[in-house]
Each structure stands twice: as C-alpha cells, then as structure tokens.
Design a protein around this ligand. Structure first.
Ligand SMILES: Nc1ncnc2c1ncn2[C@@H]1O[C@H](COP(=O)(O)OP(=O)(O)OP(=O)(O)O)[C@@H](O)[C@H]1O
Ligand SMILES: [Mg+2]
Length: 493
C-alpha cells in the first residue's frame, strides 16, 4: 500500500475530510448570505436617493412647470456624478437629460426598472446598467431618474472574489493540515506496529516508543509497555524455574539413582536393603520439598496466589510460628522470644506469609545453632517480632549467628544460592527466595540487615484496615512442619 493510500484509509483522515466539507459548506452559505445582503443594502440606498431626487424634481415641475424642470435637469445632468436623468414628451422625444439610449420600452412603464443605457456624452458609447424610476408627469411628460449600478456590481465582484479565495485557502490549508497531522499519527502508529512485530517475532525486550507528548497514543503505549514488562517478568520466571529444575534437581536425582544402584550391588541381607530403601525415601522427600518450594515460589511470582487474599492478624501468625519452632530452638540451645503484643492487620495469603516467616525462623535456628553449641551455658536469643511502622507491618526475625556479609545479601535471595559457610547444614537455597517472592506478591519487601552480630531479616507488608475480632478469632493454627523451605507434603498444593 502506498503511503498516500494508507493515509486515505485512516479514520482520522476521513474525519478531517468530513469536517472540511462541513466547514466549506457553512462558509459558502455565509458568503452567499453576505453577498446577497450587500447587494440588497446598496439597492436600498439607491432607491432612497433616487426617490428623494424624484420628489425634488417633481416639486420643481409643480412650481415652475416644464421649463423650470428642463432647466434644473440640464443643470443636474452636467454634474459629474452617476445620476441618470431623462425627460421626454408623451411621444418619446427627448427634452433634457444625460441619457443617449435605453433598453426599448423602459419609458412606457412607470415605476422601478433595471435597464441598460448609454450616456449622451460618452464618445465610446459603452453600455452601462442602472436602476431607474420612471414617473409620468401631468401633461404627458415622462421623467426617468436613475443611478448607475457599476459601483454595486464592483462591490459584488469584490465580495464574491474574496469569498472564492478564502474558500480555496480554507480547503488547501485544511487538506495540508489534515495530511500533516495524519502523517505524524501514522508515523507513530507505524513505529508501534514495527515494535509489536519484533516482539511477536520473539524479542520480548522491545518496548513501544513514547513521544513524551502525554497524548492518547502515549498513554496507550505506556500501558502496553507495562503489560509487556509483566509478560516479560512472567516469562523470565518460567524460564528460571525450568532452568532450575533442569540443573538443580539433576544432582539429587543422580544421587538417588546411584544410591539404589549401590544397594543392588553391595547389600547382602534384608537389613541392608531396608537401610538403603530408607535412605532413598529420605532423599525423595528432599526432592519433593524442593519441588514444592519451587512451585510455591512460581505461584507467588506469577500472582496466582492472589485469589486467596483475606484480612488477618500477622501478629497471630508470628506467635503461631514462634510456638511451633520453640521446642526446636530450645533443643539447639537457643532462646526464642516472641514480641507481638499488638494486632498487625494485613491482607494477603496467610499460608504463604506463615511459610515465609517460618523459613526465616528456620534459617535463624539452623545457622545460629552451631555457634551457640560452642558457648557454654549462654543461650543466644532469636527474636521474632511483629510490629506496625507507619502504613506497614514489619515481621522481623533476628539471630546472633554468623550473619551474612553485606556483599552477599543480595545474592542469597536468588534461587538455589547457598553460602560456602553453610554447606555443612542441610537445605536447598530456596527459603529466602520464597520469602522474597511472598513479600513482593503482597506489595511488600524483604530486607537482610546486620544484627551486630547476627542477621536480622525483615518482611515488610502493607498494613490493612483493622482486623475485626471475628476475623482474628477465626484464624487457624499453623501446622507443625519439618520442612521449612517449601513446606512438607501437607503444603504441597
Ligand atoms: N540467619 C542466617 N544466618 C546466616 N546465614 C544465613 C541465614 N539465613 C540465610 N543464610 C544464608 O543464606 C543462604 C540462603 O538461605 P535460604 O534460606 O534461601 O536457603 P537454605 O537455608 O540454605 O535452604 P532452604 O531454606 O531451602 O532449606 C543460606 O544457605 C545461608 O548461607
Ligand atoms: Mg533456609
């Protein structure tokens, strides 16, 4: 399609054309009305002056008879204005005036008439037009008084000429302006189409151009770009999950297989087979946990878990998680303190938020315990806190363990990242990833801070309206779990 053809097909061009036609039509009507009115006004003016002139001349006739009229007429006819005078006898013989010839039969009818005429003293004898009045005088005389119409016709021509030009200019400017605007719009739409095509071809990083004019096209492009950002993030998440599954589940699966093979090769009696099978089950449980954790992260990151949002008290959740982990902490030589005195209303997925907090407490116990074991009698504290801070609710877990060096704090939030110092502890490196995904799902954030010494992890969530007693009382108790990162089998869904 040619550029011009494309232009003619645009809705905006058709609209411009309709507006232009309507405008030209109205302009033409105004013009005709104006021209017609000018003509009428001039005619009125002429008839008035001619009428008064006729009355004056008739008075002259009444006072002084035909001689006086002839004298006055001759005197007036010599004046260099454009009045027309003619006085004839009943037979049509000219007595006085400045008219050489007239359209035939004009003098026979009394009253107003438009007539062609030639001037008496005009050597070239050019034909003129006049508006004239014929009066029958007593005694059979006829008098014609009129005024040349050249002025009126010139005026008329000027108005019509100016009108034609302005109409032409309106049309030309209208079309040129329309084409200019259309071209600009089309260029932008073309640029958008081109970007859309590269995106459809698979390059999700492309974004629609924004002109910065903040018009409807800019707003549309902005919204589509936001949508593309979201789609790109989802696609990236999907790719990461499948990459993770491909790479990080391969090792445990291989280990599982080797263990079976080893048992087949070396086991001699039932007891040895049983031990090997128990090991296999344990290994499989680990795999299932990792799978669950990955699925939960994917669910949180894709926003699917948003269906389950409701208001609840995060302080209640903090107390629940604390009570759940208290025996384990105690066993590991740690003191677990829960500091959640006031209601902390949030709106969200209670199961996911509980799991996120549980992951943080699990980390604190897991990584602070070895150091605690070396201290004789002193029981380092792990503190779980739920508090309001402005329009946010902060869920904090602070320990006195080795902490995470500032340089590693961003890295450990990624999937499967575990620090070298923690290799001796079990885990798959998904606990913090899930906590972060959950925080983001709720429009909040996860921060790792220095507890001097130790680590302080803070989940911040937007505060909801106050939780009513009925809802708070309705909260279910968190089920004990041995699988912090992604939940036990009971949390598989
Ligand atoms: N409280 C903590 N103190 C010291 N290091 C920590 C603490 N919490 C996390 N880390 C470090 O961050 C890494 C990532 O933690 P994350 O919870 O994501 O995985 P994990 O605990 O290793 O395994 P999982 O939680 O999946 O069982 C840990 O391996 C550890 O090196
Ligand atoms: Mg963990």
């Amino acid at each position: 399609m040619t550029a011009l053809g494309k232009l003619f097909r645009t809705t905006a061009f058709k609209l411009t054309l309709v507006y232009l036609l309507t405008f030209v039509l109205f302009a033409a009507i105004v013009l005709v009305y104006f021209a017609w009115n000018t003509r009428r006004l001039i005619n009125e003016q002429i008839t008035q002056t001619v009428d008064s002139e006729t009355v004056t001349l008739q008075d002259e006739y009444d006072i002084g008879g035909i001689r006086r009229l002839i004298f006055t007429l001759d005197a007036r006819a010599r004046r260099p204005d454009s009045y027309l005078y003619l006085l004839t006898t009943a037979a049509g013989e000219g007595l006085a005036g400045n008219v050489g010839s007239l359209t035939a039969g004009v003098l026979e009818r009394s009253g107003w008439t438009e007539t062609a005429y030639r001037k008496l003293e005009d050597l070239e004898q050019t034909e003129h037009h006049a508006l004239a009045k014929v009066v029958q005088l007593s005694g059979g005389f006829r008098m014609l008084v009129g005024r040349d119409l050249e002025e009126r016709d010139r005026m008329h021509d000027v108005v019509i000429g100016a009108g034609r030009w302005s109409l032409a200019i309106v049309v030309i400017l209208g079309i040129a302006g329309g084409l200019f605007v259309m071209r600009r719009v089309l260029q932008r739409v073309d640029a958008m189409t081109a970007t859309a095509q590269t995106i459809m071809a698979g390059d999700l990083s492309g974004r629609l151009p924004i002109a910065g004019t903040n018009d409807e096209l800019d707003r549309l492009a902005g919204n589509l770009n936001t949508m593309l950002d979201r789609i790109e993030a989802l696609m990236r998440g999907l790719k990461e999950v499948s990459d993770n599954i491909a790479h990080d589940l391969k090792t445990p699966l291989t280990r599982l297989r080797n263990r079976c093979e080893e048992a087949l090769r070396t086991a001699e009696d039932e007891a040895q087979y049983r031990t090997a099978l128990e090991g296999t089950i344990e290994e499989s449980d680990g795999l299932i946990r990792t799978f669950n954790a990955l699925l939960m992260i994917a669910r949180a990151e894709s926003g699917q878990a948003r269906d389950n949002m409701r208001d609840f008290d995060a302080a209640e959740v903090a107390r629940g998680v604390g009570e759940l982990y208290e025996p384990l902490a105690d066993e590991k030589g740690l003191t677990l303190t829960i500091d959640a005195p006031a209601a902390a209303p949030v709106r969200g997925n209670r199961e996911l938020i509980s799991q996120a907090l549980a992951n943080l407490v699990d980390n604190a116990i897991k990584y602070a315990a070895p150091a605690a074991a070396l201290l004789d009698g002193v029981r380092p504290e792990i503190r779980i806190q739920a508090a309001s801070a402005g329009d946010h609710i902060l869920l904090t877990v602070a320990d006195r363990g080795p902490g995470i060096p500032a340089a590693d704090r961003a890295r450990v939030l990624e999937r499967f990242v575990r620090l070298e110092q923690s290799r001796s502890q079990p885990g798959s490196g998904l606990g913090l990833s899930l906590a972060l995904a959950v925080a983001h799902l709720h429009g909040g954030d996860l921060k790792l801070e220095d507890n001097e010494p130790g680590l302080r992890t803070v989940i911040s969530l937007p505060r909801a309206g106050p939780v009513s007693q009925a809802v708070a009382g309705d909260l279910t108790r968190l089920q004990p779990t041995q699988a912090p990162a992604g939940g036990s089998d009971s949390q598989a869904g």
